[in-house]
Design a protein around this ligand. Structure first.
Ligand code: UDP
Length: 195
């Protein structure tokens, strides 16, 4: 079984390693790839918000089980998922890969002080990353304008830490425009990464 449906959300039945291999492949081929790391809160929210559910069903290329709660629910439904694959673990792995390969990275989200601290950490510990954008998540423009600005920087990787569903809404616009990047909503990851 390729997909495991938990309350209407189709999770990919893959290990962390399998996701890594597929993401590297898609990045090598410059394919537009939208990854959602869905925790139980996201599944519940999608069930209450049809627009959010539509994004998960129609726009996401991959949905990972972000949390043991999803893995347990799948097991109870007798459609087990192999393991938990968190946004934070994928984020830190992709940042290392970006540094090794000198990739173009766009970051958007979190409070101004947090995004500044993230920038400083990247300059020190990930010096070969090409940081093409680092913006806080408290903008007032509409998401289409923000998406266009991101696209113009020609990123290889886009991480949005705006909380759900805002981060997924923004990335779904980039995905609909076929932006050739791997993009992922990372919730509170910048706060953790900066600390
Ligand atoms: N955030 C943001 N803009 C907003 C709302 C939230 O940048 O308009 C940031 C917030 O500062 C935090 C991140 O989004 O860094 C995740 O927020 P939260 O922990 O509420 O979301 P979750 O991790 O539950 O998705």
């Amino acid at each position: 079984m390729d997909k495991v449906n938990v309350l209407g959300v189709n999770f990919d039945n893959k290990t962390f390693k399998q996701f890594q291999n597929e993401f590297v492949n898609r990045m090598n081929n410059h394919l537009s790839t939208f990854v959602v790391t869905a925790n139980p809160e996201i599944v519940m929210a999608a069930n209450e918000n049809p627009e959010f559910m539509k994004i998960l069903k129609e726009d996401a290329d991959y949905i990972t089980a972000d949390g043991i709660g999803i893995v347990k629910a799948a097991k109870m439904l007798k459609k087990p998922l192999p393991e938990r694959v968190t946004g934070y673990d994928l984020f830190t792995w992709l940042m290392k890969l970006a540094n090794e390969r000198g990739l173009r990275v766009f970051l958007i989200g979190a409070k101004p002080a947090v995004i500044h601290a993230v920038q400083a950490k990247i300059a020190k510990e990930y010096p070969d990353i090409q940081l093409v954008g680092a913006e806080n998540g408290y903008f007032t423009e509409d998401l289409d304008l923000v998406a266009r600005r991101i696209q113009r920087t020609q990123p290889d990787l886009v991480f949005a830490a705006l909380g759900f569903p805002k981060q997924e809404k923004l990335l779904s616009i980039l995905r609909k425009n076929a932006t050739p990047a791997l993009m992922m909503g990372v919730g509170g990851s910048f706060d953790v990464f900066s600390g």
